[in-house]
Ligand binder design. Structure first.
Ligand code: ZN
Length: 136
C-alpha cells in the first residue's frame, strides 16, 4: 500500500453514488486472497464526511482508528473517535463518519460475516516450534 500519507492516491468507485470516485479508500481482500474477512485502508482528509449512510446485509464491521479526530454516527447517535478508538457496528446499523480534525484521519475497516464466530484469542493457534531465521 505504501505510506499512509499516500492513501489518497487510491480511488474507490462507489456504486451508491453512481460510480463516483472517492479518494483514500482501498480494499485488500482480493489482493491478499482473503476468504474470511474484507478489509480496507482509509484516509479522510480534514473536513471530509461520508456523503451517505449505509448498513450491511450480513457483515458486521469493525473500525480501527489509527490517527486523526472524527465523529462516528450509528442509528442517529454520534460520538467522538480518535487514535485507538475501535468501533463495532452490527449489520443493520445505519452508519456514517467524518473527519472533524485538522489532520487526515486514518482508519482500517474489517468486514466479517455476522455470526461466523471464529475461535477466540489464541484458541485457533497451533504451536510449531522455535523459528529458525534464514541467514541474511
Ligand atoms: Zn460498510
Amino acid at each position: 500500500l505504501g505510506p499512509f500519507a499516500e492513501l489518497l492516491n487510491y480511488r474507490f468507485s462507489v456504486p451508491a453514488l453512481n460510480g463516483r470516485e472517492v479518494p483514500g479508500k482501498v480494499f485488500v481482500k482480493d489482493a491478499l486472497q482473503l476468504t474470511g474477512v474484507e478489509m480496507s485502508y482509509n484516509c479522510f482528509p480534514p473536513g471530509f464526511s461520508m456523503p451517505f449512510l449505509h448498513a450491511h446485509r450480513d457483515n458486521e464491521e469493525v473500525y480501527l482508528f489509527l490517527s486523526g479526530q472524527g465523529e462516528f454516527m450509528v442509528d442517529g447517535e454520534a460520538f467522538a473517535v480518535s487514535e485507538g478508538s475501535v468501533v463495532r457496528v452490527a449489520p443493520g446499523g445505519s452508519r456514517a463518519y467524518r473527519n472533524t480534525g485538522e489532520a487526515p484521519m486514518y482508519f482500517i475497516v474489517l468486514q466479517v460475516k455476522h455470526g461466523s464466530e471464529p475461535a477466540s484469542g489464541i484458541a485457533d493457534g497451533v504451536p510449531m516450534g522455535k523459528p529458525e531465521w534464514p541467514a541474511g
